[in-house]
Design a protein around this ligand. Sequence first.
Ligand code: ZN
Length: 239
Amino acid sequence: MLKDFLKEILVILVGKQSEEIVDLLDGDKYINEFVIAKKINLTINQTRNILYKVSDFGLVSSIRKKDKKKGWYTYFWKIEVLKALEFLKEVTVKNLNQLKNQIKSRETKRFYVCERCNVEFTEENAMLRDFTCNECGEVFSVKSNEKLLKEFKKNEEKLENKIKLIEEEIKKEKDKLDKVRQKEIKKQQQEKLKKKQEMKEAKENIKKKTAKKEVKKKKETKKKNIKKPKNLKKISKKK
Ligand SMILES: [Zn+2]
């Protein structure tokens, strides 16, 4: 479903020849433009023109890398899935609103038709022509809107369903981006924690070392203290 939507967007923006780009580009990693050009069988300049056009709408993004030997830049592209979906939703909502206006006008206004020429007139225009066709002289008849309204309402339902589906895809994409962000935050927190732990351990090690030294000192002094009386005792015994 997502791919169909993305293809539709590209066709709206740059035409049918760009449709296949969607099969190569995805939202996760950047793809080398030479690879894209080769796969869709266009020259690198044609490919770039398509991608630049789409990037004017912010629906693809690129990074560039310099070829150290040749000195030129190669671009790498990816689709901005969320922005693309939001763009398609906007277009579809606009279409739906236009359709709703047409339905309203068919439901509330009268239209006339020259059945011989199969030309339609609004009430105002029919009145201006005295309800008679300039071309053939036939008198206009009132147009029945039933069939048209049925068709319009069917389309209305289709567009409303489509908008729902686009919204579902938008939600999925937002959740996906959220998860990536959460992961990054978690990673950063863990790194901070690790650093803290390391600092703590380092401090503790210093403490331990100094503590050991003190204990050693104390022991040494104790030994000396013990020895002295022993010696003294010995000496005293000897005495
Ligand atoms: Zn006519």
